[in-house]
Ligand binder design. Structure first.
Ligand SMILES: O=C(O)c1ccccc1N[C@@H]1O[C@H](COP(=O)(O)O)[C@@H](O)[C@H]1O
Length: 186
């Protein structure tokens, strides 16, 4: 089965239209004010209205409180919540129960032991997104950094998972081939 594809950081109608035209599976909106790709709830609302169900929309949050997510969901039609901070399994489970949306949890990976953290999210997250660990003080994602994909060689898990971090046109095919990732975030 081909890998599902998410393009993240959509912030303009033009980028959204191009993403839909490319027939990928998910478009990501960043609700993290520190990001250069951040959108306000109003802009997100306009973008999801424009998408009008033609692509699944993912809202990305970093250590957000309930009110921030509630505000985003009130303004924008989001199909999935992606949590890209230090959210615990308990917090992830709370968000899923409260908002009734599938929740993807991003985990920063630098070594094999980081992969083992995924198990704690079984029953809480709907999918684990393995991403590169970023330097202290930097954004927790969206930095164009890749991790050592060989860490994922032979990775098997009952919990659905995906790969992100530094993926681009030049390397994404190789990343999928090396890791067998069922989903990639670009
Ligand atoms: O894109 C952002 O600005 C961002 C901010 C904070 C957390 C995550 C963010 N993006 C996500 O990070 C991964 C990896 O990004 P990159 O391809 O290495 O640039 C990506 O899946 C985005 O969803």
């Amino acid at each position: 089965m081909p890998a599902r594809i998410k393009i993240c950081g959509i912030s303009t109608p033009e980028a959204l239209d191009a993403t839909i035209a490319a027939r990928v599976d998910y478009a990501g909106l960043v609700f993290y004010p520190a990001s250069p790709r951040a959108v306000t709830p109003n802009v997100a609302g306009a973008l999801t209205a424009r998408a009008s169900g033609r692509i699944a929309m993912v809202g990305l949050f970093v250590d957000a409180d309930d009110a921030t997510i509630a505000e985003a969901l009130a303004a924008a039609r989001l199909d999935v919540l992606q949590l890209h901070g230090s959210e615990t399994p308990e917090r992830v489970a709370q968000f899923r129960a409260r908002f009734g949306k599938p929740v993807w949890k991003a985990l920063p990976i630098a070594s094999a032991s980081d992969l083992a953290r995924a198990a704690a999210y079984a029953g809480a997250a709907d999918l684990i997104l393995f991403d590169a660990k970023t330097p202290k003080g930097a954004l927790p994602g969206g930095m164009g950094l890749a991790f050592d994909w060989s860490l994922l060689a032979g990775y098997r898990s009952a919990l659905p998972w995906g790969l992100a971090g530094g993926l681009n046109l030049a390397n994404v095919a190789e990343a999928i081939q090396q890791t067998g990732a069922p989903l990639v975030g670009v």
